[in-house]
Design a protein around this ligand. Structure first.
Ligand code: BGC
Length: 798
């Protein structure tokens, strides 16, 4: 392979990579992953090899394994869950005369792959010369359908470039594909080998199916394929099936100037309960639908779905093309993670890789759902319905812990707690308040009373009850929540974490308000007026620690009295700190992994004065090391609010480019959904200053000098509107629906069809805050902005 690679090219509506770099494949397999929230396929090459890490995932389909403990303790979760690499339907191998098409051999004169954010397809074009000089052009395109959620489709076209050639294509369904695990890094998921047991197979004409079941979790899945072939005469085909492999073989002589075109339709389904015949029928039906729509029809549906999404959600950024691309890339992947999840979780990596064992965390409710609430609210609702469907498990967990109400899991696929490390798992009770917050935000943004009646009120009530049993009144009549872990995982089991307490107070108030809106549900849940009164009182008396001497909030009681971390004496190679220092030491020092108090400044901003925000932000900037990808987006938001616009711009760049630049050196295991969502947050809540405290929409836009204009779109109830920001003015305009009430820098106004243009007040932010030595975000400089990411790198691997 002689073609040099140049990394991603900078372009507003697509992600393109020219050339092949075998050592970069794992990275691009994640960034080029396609998903609709139900099925996810990594961006591996059709011929299966060379490859980094293959992966095909079905949302919610997992295998169980034991969680071993050196020392047992009461209430430790006993079983873990791991996402399974299911039957791979992407594989299409080829023989050119008698030589396998394999990019590690021969040479490629052209090779590029393009993820198109508007068509929702991954396209590949390769011109390849075999070791003995036979030349072909291969063009493939694939999609995971947003409109037919069980369907994946691939078009594979080959044309001889010089001579007439005999071509043999082998289109596979492959189960129990061997995968290598990366167990050296504790953050990386444990991969399971051969998790599937064959239960049923069939093959006929161009169609085949495999049905498998997991060994321990007992989940059943089916994958089926069918094909259409367009080719010169003389085609010979054969279909064969074994337990873990179904294969359609197509052999044909293709004269120069002609081509062979194979269109492969895949149907996927899984169930914990359905029988083999029922699942087989399900995937056959998915194929029937896909064939009836046809390849062109699937492409057209995909485009129409995305046109509608971008009409509601697009972000335009003038002055930084790389950030423009990264922001749309981020939105596209957030959409892919959530669009058709339909009452399943949105995992921390979406369905782009096996990282974090495929678990969902608070990342979903606190980072991803705000984006979806204002861009595709049905997807936010469905993700919350998944949480609702796990309420019984959350109630059981609360009971097991001696608590009332519902304790949602820190990490899970099916709703049961899977975190074996309780200080950063079970003790991170804030996840329940984060879920309640996402419910309240969704209800305020949509007024979806049906969801509130069937799911929302119950979730708010059960989480409110958790806080009442977890907290207590001290002798001064203050409501305390002791012994919990907040968002910052470098502090654990601390008292009165400000973020947790403020979010719990909101949870209690929202639960009471929802009960009053829907009294019949409140009655059914036995939430009496007295109980509502106790929630409101606890919220009003919630203890929020404050360090008067320093004039800042300790993120938890006593935090500001801890010893400082020796940042100057910490070499850069020792980050992330969790891999190089004992937690014991991190826990007792003032070192912050990720925004915690600063996240409170964003999400609970109405509980702080502007002066407090400025002082708190500066204090925590000096102590935050960003060892989590969840941090930069939030730091961008608060930096923008307190007026440090250039710093906000740097943080936004880091959040948006986390995966494209592989900032945390683990993108091979999947994309970071919360960080991608952080790109939206950085633009909309950062430079747009959007806040939604108490269900009211407020904007306080301000641009950094590097950007000449941004425009973002949002939906609220049945309305869509756009906010356009220039250096000195912002313009609001309604795109459809009823006028929307907002505030602009504190002034109430109405967004209607007539564009409303308002001045932006100037803010003097004072001196810029400092970061720990070496942990400053990298500066986004204009010369660096114009160059495509990775453009300087050249290599001739393989
Ligand atoms: C972060 C958590 C996060 C998890 C999954 C950890 O590194 O500290 O806050 O939920 O990653 O993204």
């Amino acid at each position: 392979m002689s073609l040099p690679f140049r990394g991603y090219e900078c372009s507003p509506w697509e992600l393109r990579w020219r050339g092949l770099a075998v050592d970069q494949l794992q990275r691009t397999e994640s960034t080029f992953a396609l998903s609709n929230g139900h099925i996810g396929v990594r961006g591996t090459l059709e011929e299966g090899e060379p490859r980094g890490l293959p992966g095909t995932y079905l949302n919610g389909f997992y295998e169980e394994h034991e969680l071993p403990y050196a020392e047992a303790g009461y209430g430790y979760p006993e079983a873990g869950q791991t996402v399974v690499n299911v039957t791979d339907g992407k594989v299409i191998r080829m023989l050119v005369e008698d030589e396998p098409f394999d990019m590690r051999y021969g040479s490629a004169t052209a090779h590029d792959r393009v993820l198109d954010f508007r068509t929702g397809t991954l396209t590949r074009t390769t011109e390849w010369e075999s070791p003995t000089g036979r030349r072909v052009r291969v063009r493939t395109q694939r999609l995971v359908s947003f409109t037919q959620r069980a369907v994946v489709a691939i078009r594979y076209e080959v044309e001889p470039l010089e001579d007439d050639l005999q071509l043999v294509l082998q289109s596979d369904l492959l189960a129990n594909e061997p995968i290598e695990s990366d167990a050296g890094d504790p953050r990386v998921a444990a991969a399971l080998q051969c998790p599937l047991e064959s239960e049923f197979t069939y093959a006929q004409h161009y169609r085949a199916a495999l049905v498998h079941r997991t060994k321990r979790s007992g989940l059943r899945m089916a994958a089926a394929m069918d094909h259409q072939i367009e080719s010169p005469d003389g085609l010979r085909t054969e279909i064969a099936v074994e337990n873990d492999l179904a294969r359609l073989t197509v052999a044909v002589d293709v004269p120069r100037g002609k081509r062979v075109r194979l269109t492969k339709f895949l149907g996927y389904g899984w169930s914990a309960q359905r029988s083999i015949p029922a699942l087989r029928a399900q995937v056959d039906a998915a194929l029937a639908g896909a064939l009836q729509t046809g390849w062109d029809g699937l492409l057209a549906e995909q485009k129409a779905f995305l046109d509608d999404f971008w009409d509601t959600a697009d972000i335009q950024i003038d002055g930084d093309p790389e950030l423009q691309q990264a922001t749309r890339f981020a939105l596209f992947h957030v959409l892919q993670a959530g669009a058709r999840g339909e009452s399943r979780a949105i995992p921390g990596k979406g369905l782009t890789g096996p990282g974090y064992d495929g678990h969902a965390f608070w990342d979903t409710e606190s980072f991803v759902l705000p984006v979806l609430t204002y861009t595709m609210p049905e997807a936010a609702r469905d993700a919350l319905r998944w949480r609702h469907s796990t309420l019984d498990k959350a109630r059981d967990r609360a009971r097991q812990l001696g608590l009332r109400g519902a304790a949602f899991p820190w990490r899970s696929i099916n709703g049961a707690e899977c975190s074996a490390y309780w200080p950063a798992g079970t003790a991170a009770f804030h996840v329940s308040a984060d879920i309640a917050d996402a419910v309240a935000r969704y209800l305020a943004a949509t007024e979806d009373r049906e969801f509130e009646r069937t799911c929302g009120t119950e979730m708010l009530v059960e989480t409110a009850r958790l806080w009442m049993s977890l907290g207590h009144y001290d002798s001064h009549g203050r409501f305390r929540i002791d012994g919990v872990t907040g968002p910052d995982e470098y502090s654990a089991v601390a008292d009165n974490n400000v973020y947790t307490n403020l979010m719990a107070a909101r949870n209690l108030r929202e639960a009471a308000a929802s009960c009053e809106r829907i009294p019949q549900v409140a009655r059914a849940l036995e939430a009496t007026e007295h109980e509502l009164g106790t929630w409101r009182e606890a919220a009003d008396r919630m203890l929020i620690p404050y360090d008067r001497e320093l004039g800042v909030h300790p993120q938890s009681e006593g935090f500001t009295e801890h010893a400082d971390w020796d940042f100057a004496g910490t070499p850069q190679r020792n980050y992330p700190l969790l891999l190089n220092y004992p937690y014991f030491d991190l826990y007792r020092k003032q070192v912050v992994k990720q925004a915690d108090l600063v996240l409170a400044l964003h999400l609970c901003g109405d509980a702080f004065t502007p002066e407090e925000k400025t002082r708190d932000f500066a204090y925590y900037e000096e102590r935050t090391v960003r060892d989590s990808s969840l941090s930069a987006g939030t730091q961008a938001v608060v930096a923008a609010e307190v007026g440090h616009l250039e710093l906000a711009y740097d943080y936004l760049g880091e959040a948006a480019l986390t995966d494209l630049r592989d900032v945390h050196n683990n993108v091979r295991n999947g994309l970071h959904m919360a960080s991608l969502a952080g790109a939206w947050n950085g633009v909309v809540a950062g430079f747009g200053g959007m806040r939604d405290h108490n269900g009211k929409l407020a904007f306080a836009p301000r641009l950094p000098p590097q950007l000449s204009r941004i425009e973002f779109r949002m939906c609220l109830r049945d309305s869509r509107f756009a906010v356009e920001v220039h250096a000195e003015r912002a313009t609001y305009r309604l795109l459809s629906g009823k006028p929307v009430e907002i505030t602009h820098h504190g002034k109430a106004c109405t967004v209607s069809e007539e564009p409303l243009s308002l001045p932006i007040p100037v803010l003097d932010p004072g001196p810029p805050p400092r970061q720990p030595t070496g942990r400053e975000p990298s500066r986004r400089k204009p010369e660096h902005i114009r160059r495509p990411a990775g453009a300087a790198r050249e290599s001739t691997p393989g």
